[in-house]
Design a protein around this ligand. Structure first.
Ligand SMILES: [Zn+2]
Length: 169
């Protein structure tokens, strides 16, 4: 099932999501639906709050279907190591039509659980590192715009408010 993507302004995006304790068929279905919803929205990462579900699950595929092995499911993830700095354009499915330069770690290791509840670690560089940080942030109620300057963020918020008023958001 394809879920609609929740947009900036919805409080679900700005509150910490709940820890997953049950690794059952319902979770597996939700993860399938999240991949489907992410691909439908042309994204390379999606966190459950972005479909209105405040649970600590994220899916990532930086190859966008090119490599089935590149699909990553992260349950209850946390960032355990960061290295280096790199600035690159970043966007979010929940803040469509905007992109901003964001400086983040170049190499990142996340620890999380898989669909069986087993703990594993994943290390990524550049785009994957960025995705691991961006999606883990989502589960903590944090959006990428918290990493840009207050001035740019305020400009963005003003534009969004106008779009909301015009019924374009
Ligand atoms: Zn996002």
């Amino acid at each position: 099932m394809i879920y609609p993507i929740v947009k900036y302004g919805d409080p679900v995006l700005e509150k910490p999501a709940a820890t997953i304790t049950k690794f059952d068929d319902e979770l597996r279905q939700l993860v399938d639906d999240m991949f489907e919803s992410m691909y439908a929205a042309h994204g390379v990462g999606l966190a459950a709050p972005q479909i209105g579900i405040s649970k600590r699950i994220a899916v990532i595929d930086v190859t966008f279907k090119e490599d089935p092995e590149a699909k990553i499911v992260l349950v209850n993830p946390e960032i355990i190591h960061v290295e280096g700095r790199i600035t690159s354009n970043e966007g979010c499915l929940s803040i469509p039509e905007f992109r901003e330069k964001v400086t983040r770690a170049r190499k990142v290791t996340a620890r999380g659980q898989n669909l069986k509840g087993e703990t594993f670690e994943v290390t990524g560089e550049e785009l994957l590192a960025r995705a691991l940080l961006h999606e883990t942030d989502h589960l903590n109620g944090k959006l990428y715009i918290s990493h840009i300057s207050a001035l740019k963020r305020d400009m963005m918020k003003r534009k969004i408010r106008k779009m909301v008023k015009a019924g374009e958001w």
